[in-house]
Each structure stands twice: as C-alpha cells, then as structure tokens.
Design a protein around this ligand. Structure first.
Ligand code: PEP
Ligand code: MG
Length: 538
C-alpha cells in the first residue's frame, strides 16, 4: 500500500498505464548555419502555436474553459522575448543548434525556479518545461508522448501530468490517475476534481512501484493506492465503490429539497465557485446560491488586470444564472500562495502573513475600485452581496466600506444603475476578527467563516505543509471556540453567519456547527448534496 496526497475523492479499480517520462536527449552540436537554425526554431514555434491552439480549443470543449486557459499561458510563452527571443539569441551567440539553445534557456529558468517554494512559481516552471519539450519534439520531428488507444478502466500513472497530457486523456477510459509529484493545487489535481475522477498525487515513487497492466485500487478520499491487491481487498473496495455510486444516486433526490433539521430549522446550503462556469455545477447539485465566488481566478492565467467591463460581464452572468438565489462575491484575495505575474508583489518571508487580500486592495485602490464598480453594476441582475477577505481589524473594514461608498458615488454621477442596498459582509478567517466579532458585527450584514485560513492562523500550522498536517485540526477546541464566538456575535446583532471553508463539508464537523447555530454551509459543488443529507439526518 502506498500513501500520497488525496487530490480528488472516489474509488477506482483498474489497470495501470504507465506514462513514460518525456526524456529528450540532445547531443551538443555546434551548428554551421546560424540562419538556418534560427529558421528551424521559428518553424518549430509556429508548429507549437498551431498545436496549442488546437489543444486549447479541444480542452475548452471537452473539459471546460477554465482548464483550457493553461494553453493560453503556453501560447503567451511562445511570444515571450525572454524565452523564444533568448533561445534565438543563444543560437547566434553560442553558434549552436536550435535544440541546444532551447534546452539551455529552459534549464536556466528551471534552475532559477527550483529553489523557490512558491506553488505558483512551480506551476510556471512546469509550463516552461512543457513548452520547451514541445519545441524540442517539433525540432526533432518527434510526436508528443500521446496516449495510445487506452482500454476501459485505465489508471494513468505518471511522474507528473502536464496540462497537455490531461487534455488528451480519454475521459471514457481513464478512471483515475496517480503521480509521483504534485500537491493539491497542481494542475493534475485540479483537473481530476473537475472531471470528478479519483486521484492521488505526491506518491513520490509510484512510477517505479508499478508496471503496465498491474491492477491498482485508488482511494482518492484517503490518498491510498493498493497495488495488485488480494481478492478480499478487491472485493472490499469494489463494494465501497458500488456503495458510493448508490449513495450518489440516492442523493440526487435531494436536489430540490431544503436542508431542514429535525428540529425544523432551515439551513442554507450553497456552493463555492472559482469560475463563471462553476455556477452550473452548483445549480445542478441543488445549491441554494453561491456562498463564495473566489474572484481571484478571473485574474489568473492572463497578462493584465481584467477590466471593469470584463468583470461586470462575468458577475452579471453568474448573478443571472442563479435566478434570484444569493451570490456572495468575494473581493480579490491575492497574495499568499496566489500571485499574479503582472501585479508587482514584494518577495516576503511570510507571504501568508503579508501583503495579501484586503491589505493589497486597500493599498492598490485602483485595482480595488475597478472590481467594486463591476460588482456594484452587476448587483441589479441578481441577489449580489459583497464580501471582504482577510479582515483583521475594524479599521480595515471601515476603509473598505469607504472605498465602496466612493464607487457608489461615482456610479451615481455617471448614472449607472446599482443596488444601493447591496449587502456587505466579511470573511472571518483571522483569529483577531473572530475575537472582535462582536464589534465587527455592527458594521456588516453577514459573516462567512473561512476555516481554511482560520485553522492555520489559530494553530500556527501552515495549511500547505504536509509535514505538520497532523496539527491542522479544524476540530481543535481553540478553533471551535472561535467559531462559536463568531456565530454568537453575529446572532446577537441580528446578523447571519455562514461558513465557506472546507470544514463546512466535513461530515464529522457538521453536527457541531449546526448545534452552534451556523446559518449557511457553502461547499464545492460535489459536496452540496452530502451536506444537505447530513443536516437533514442529524
Ligand atoms: C478560507 O480561508 O477558508 C477560504 C474559504 O478562503 P481561501 O481558501 O480562498 O483562502
Ligand atoms: Mg482564506
């Protein structure tokens, strides 16, 4: 049995397809014709551009727009003078082949990025490697490591899966994947969750533990892989898999039902979204609204800040699709592990304690105002609410609301319609905010508890660090006290309190949260029906 990082829930039993690592060996060569080598490089870039456009469109259709944007960033790399331009210059400078020049530039960037802990930078390094390999294959006339016609029930095992691999996977045949490297935020993990197939990542050496045709059990909930299991283990997991399918089918009966407790209290169950398309999944799964729109994803995988008009259209789209159900739009929560290539941010020793979220927005009011204006304009198309992240002191909330009022004044002068009574709330995800919740409650319409951060800050246990995962405990009495204090403080002021951190989907925590009087649970779409069921049965 091997243990890795549980990246996407579910059980799968299938046969291994081992994806060979894409090793490209380049003999060092001094070229004779610099002009010809530069032309070859140009042709390889053009070929790569066509391949990437094709992959982008194919992925957009078969998986979703959100996944296809990684190919956009690959296309941008092809136009980057620091990358392709540098390779072309290296041909001339070193009098070397196009292959050797591309490899030297890729290696240089990988060496620079390799020491950085930042997840975002790691993803960018993976992109450069992916594009570099594509160029090398084109130069050498090799086809990509495409997946052959895979049989049904295939479990793909790879050192890592880059976006162009995942785009090629036949979703009817591939039932799970396993990788040596990667964390919960790696592209492969994100895509597995979108496809709703189980995945375990960060298994370290799974590619050397299995061979083609081995039978494996994948337990995506526990992050466990069992290789060539005994008959009785197979039977056990087959039963679990069937049981889960039956449960999921049964849950569909709750799509149009309300989550009413045995005592007759109606609790709202909403969905968390990261892209406009995600709203469809929330509705299909019976979500009663969106409790958290992580807008930062609108800002990622692009070259510049999204304009007010672009954002307005995105928020309006979601608001309209929700047909009157509430939509809580969280203002930009960038910083920490989420960076934007085009927005300068200082290198920080403790980025999670640094220049992020509302702190950055209050400093960059141009960025903040563009977003607030877009949200306000969208507020006439649905039940839009505004939520500020990472509030740690009352003065931040007051400043944020002042900026919001200024935006309202501007829109009035410009005669652009918006909902003047738009509700505003804050995330309670910093211990100081939970402790001061009684004071803060007077200035908001609602709270939403962000346990992902609240737990890490309360227990001083980094949410991204596997080594101290045992300390990261949402049921720690200190965390529970803060949650209870927050809910009580909201209720004393006649305000409501929800939760949009992962804890809201934790079936063990739900009865306690109900007992504390939590008014709304907001979870990712595949968890909505389970939460409803738990509330109804508790
Ligand atoms: C949280 O911190 O619980 C939360 C919902 O925000 P994020 O996970 O985006 O930091
Ligand atoms: Mg947070």
């Amino acid at each position: 049995m091997r243990k890795g990082i549980a990246a996407s829930k579910g059980y799968a039993i299938g046969k291994v397809f081992l994806k060979e690592q894409d090793v490209i060996v380049i003999a060092h060569s001094n070229c004779i014709d610099v002009i010809e080598e530069k032309k070859r490089l140009k042709r390889a870039v053009e070929e790569a551009r066509n391949q990437l456009i094709h992959l982008r469109d194919k992925t957009g259709e078969s998986i979703g727009k959100e996944e296809s944007v990684v190919f956009e960033s690959h296309l941008i790399l092809l136009d980057d003078p620091e990358f392709i331009g540098a390779a072309s210059a290296a041909v001339e400078r070193d009098n070397t082949s196009a292959e050797a020049a591309v490899k030297s530039i890729v290696d240089m960037y990988l060496a620079i990025f390799s020491d950085m802990e930042d997840e975002y930078i790691k993803e960018r390094a993976a992109d450069i490697k992916d594009v570099g390999n594509r160029l090398l294959r084109n130069l050498m006339g090799r086809c990509s490591t495409e997946f052959p016609d895979l049989p049904e029930n295939t479990v793909v095992v790879a050192h890592d899966l880059v976006p162009s691999d995942t785009a090629q996977l036949d979703r009817r045949k591939v039932i799970a994947f396993l990788t040596d490297i990667g964390g919960r935020t790696s592209h492969s993990a994100i895509i597995a969750r979108m496809l709703e197939i189980p995945a375990v990542v960060g298994l370290q050496d799974i590619t050397s533990r299995v061979k083609n045709g081995d039978t494996v059990i994948v337990d995506g909930a526990e992050g466990v892989v069992i290789i060539n299991p005994q008959e009785d283990t197979l039977k056990l997991y087959e039963d679990k898999r069937v049981q889960l399918e039956i449960e999921n089918d049964k849950l569909k009966g709750l799509i149009d039902k309300k989550a009413v407790t045995r005592a007759g209290r109606n609790i709202a169950v909403a969905g968390n979204i990261g892209s406009v398309e995600d709203v469809h999944k929330v509705i299909e799964n019976g979500g009663e609204g969106v409790g958290l729109f992580r807008t930062e994803f609108l800002y990622m995988d692009r070259e510049e800040l999204p304009t007010e008009e672009e954002q307005f259209l995105a928020y309006k789209y979601v608001a309209e699709k929700l047909e009157g159900r509430p939509l809580i739009i969280r203002t930009l929560d960038i910083g920490g592990d989420k960076r934007l290539p085009y927005l300068p941010m200082p290198e920080e020793i403790n980025p999670f304690l640094g220049y992020r979220a509302i702190r950055l927005c209050l400093d960059r009011q141009d960025v903040f105002k563009t977003q607030l204006r877009a949200i306000l304009r969208a507020s006439v198309f649905g039940k839009v609410k505004i939520m500020f992240p990472m509030i740690s002191a009352l003065k931040e909330l007051i400043k944020a609301k002042e900026v919001l009022w200024r935006c309202m004044e501007e829109l009035k002068t410009e005669e652009k319609p918006f909902n003047e009574a738009v509700e505003t709330g804050i995330m309670i995800e910093v211990p100081s905010a939970a402790i001061m919740a009684d004071e803060l409650a007077g200035y908001v319409d609602f709270f939403s508890i962000g346990t992902n951060d609240l737990v890490q800050y309360t227990l001083a246990a980094d949410r991204m660090n596997e080594k101290i995962a045992y300390l990261y405990d949402p049921m720690h009495p200190a965390v529970l006290r803060l949650i209870k204090m927050t809910i009580d403080a909201a209720h004393r002021e006649g305000k409501w309190c929800g939760m949009c951190g992962e804890m809201a989907g934790d079936e063990e925590a739900i009865p306690t949260l109900m007992e504390y009087g939590l008014d709304e649970f907001s979870v990712s779409a595949p968890y909505i029906l389970r939460v409803k069921q738990k509330i109804i049965n508790s």
